[in-house]
Design a protein around this ligand. Structure first.
Ligand SMILES: O=C1O[C@H](COP(=O)(O)O)[C@@H](O)[C@H](O)[C@H]1O
Length: 253
């Protein structure tokens, strides 16, 4: 797998502003091309900063009612829990733009239709993705066309809820998995798999802050393809970009 394109910004706020503008641009371009756009959101500090910027951005060429939003992973907690990625997105962005609620595809909560059964929740989300892919004539890949998959990179180089050395990284078939005993709390999560992520047109990795410097250096190493560096295992069909700030770029060798 080739190394991602590197995009370096002064600091975390500058990066959030720039990625938000690029995302609005990508959404507008997708809508001009085929009438709608599809974005996979990420949790984490960088993803949240980007959503806060996007919420305040006035873009006449973006029709938010024709955007599908999916999630790359979710902390499997009750609906409305402050640690859920969807709750954090709702607080910063979902209420700020005129989205179509039917196109906001949150991952199930632990008090949702499957109760506290993350495997059933993963299956439910996989079925929702598969149905959307069928409607788009992409039934074979079992996920719809994702224009952009956003992935926050953790200090340990995890993306979505795909953690270093974990068996979920070897999944070759399922599009969504439950994760138990996650090394980062909360321990139970639901995540897209590598095969699902790799269907995307573009994958954008977000890594701002000094604590991400080691992870960024590993991703940019030529030999970075092992299960120790999940962020090095993702790619988009058309483009893979690693957005960093200067603090996160200091250890690139
Ligand atoms: O737990 C998670 O963490 C990562 C990265 O978070 P950060 O705060 O270190 O930037 C995030 O990408 C993922 O979606 C989330 O569930």
């Amino acid at each position: 797998m080739s190394r991602p394109e590197l995009s370096v910004h002064t600091d975390a706020p500058a990066m959030a502003r720039s990625v938000a503008a690029a995302l609005a641009e990508a959404v507008a371009a997708a809508q001009a091309e085929r009438g709608s756009a599809s974005v996979v959101l990420t949790g984490g500090r960088n993803g949240n900063a980007l959503l806060a910027e996007l919420a305040g951005m006035a873009r006449g060429d973006v029709d938010w009612s024709r955007v599908d939003l999916w999630w790359g992973d979710e902390r499997f907690l009750p609906e409305g829990d402050a640690d859920r990625n969807a709750t954090q997105a709702r607080d910063r962005f979902l209420g700020a733009v005129p989205l179509d609620p039917a196109r906001v595809h949150v991952m199930p909560a632990s008090d949702g239709p499957d109760g506290a059964d993350p495997e059933a929740a993963a299956e439910r989300y996989a079925a929702e993705l598969a149905e959307a892919s069928r409607v788009e004539g992409l039934a074979e890949q079992r996920v719809p066309l994702f224009d952009v998959v956003l992935l926050g990179v953790g200090p340990d180089a995890h993306v979505a809820s795909l953690f270093p050395g974990r068996p979920e990284l070897s999944e070759g078939d399922a599009t969504v998995l439950a994760v138990r005993n996650s090394p980062k709390p909360p321990p139970t999560r639901v995540t897209l798999t590598l095969p699902a992520i790799r269907t995307a047109r573009e994958v954008w990795l977000l890594a701002a802050g000094e604590d991400k410097a080691e992870a960024v250096a590993k991703v940019m190493e030529d030999s970075a393809e092992s299960g120790d560096v999940p962020a090095a295992l993702v790619s988009g069909r058309r483009r893979t970009v690693l957005f960093v700030d200067q603090a996160a770029a200091t250890k690139i060798r």
